[in-house]
Design a protein around this ligand. Structure first.
Ligand SMILES: C[S@@+](CC[C@H](N)C(=O)[O-])C[C@H]1O[C@@H](n2cnc3c(N)ncnc32)[C@H](O)[C@@H]1O
Length: 151
């Protein structure tokens, strides 16, 4: 219980992305085999697993150790492609990636925008379920999933 309450201090609580939105997110990310998807707050690993099944490398950060353990166990078969890090993603240096998936809360979207620009000066795609980035034009929207292109 403490793990779930503690997450509320620094981020969105756990809620899973629904399967149609997971499919939409991967389609919008438009990755090639061997590309890396970074998931900020990977919860139980649902999106990580779907991405690994497509042959993508995936790095998932998850603050809640219970959810991180579930995500790690759930993706064990894809150990060569998947890295689960139990950490606060705001306090990390993010790994090279071609796309980032998030399902956060509106109050974190500006902070996300700032950190994405700092971490990926060469550009990256950001795919966000449910919430938009203030003052940033959306490239495409599918089923409530928003694609942003940073150049
Ligand atoms: C709304 S859930 C989304 C879960 C998963 N991404 C999905 O779409 O199914 C947000 C997740 O982010 C995690 N989280 C929130 N803030 C975080 C932070 N600063 N660092 C790491 N994980 C965080 C929460 O514990 C929760 O599991």
């Amino acid at each position: 219980m403490t793990c779930f309450a503690g997450v509320l201090l620094v981020g969105a609580p756990y809620l899973p992305t629904l399967s149609p939105q997971v499919n939409a997110a991967l389609k919008l990310a438009d990755l090639k085999s061997g590309d890396t998807l970074l998931e900020l707050g990977c919860g139980d690993g649902k999106v990580v697993l779907a991405a690994a099944k497509e042959g993508y490398r995936v790095v998932g950060y998850e603050l809640n150790p219970i959810m991180a353990a579930i995500a790690w166990l759930r993706t064990l078969r894809y150990r060569k492609l998947v890295t689960i890090r139990c950490a606060d993603f705001w306090r990390q240096s993010w790994p090279p990636a071609q796309a980032i998936f998030v399902f956060l809360l509106p109050k974190y979207m500006t902070k996300l925008d700032t950190k994405v620009m700092q971490q990926y000066p060469g550009g990256v795609k950001v795919v966000s379920f449910a919430f938009t980035i203030p003052d940033k034009p959306v490239q495409t929207t599918v089923d409530g999933v928003f694609l942003y292109i940073y150049k």
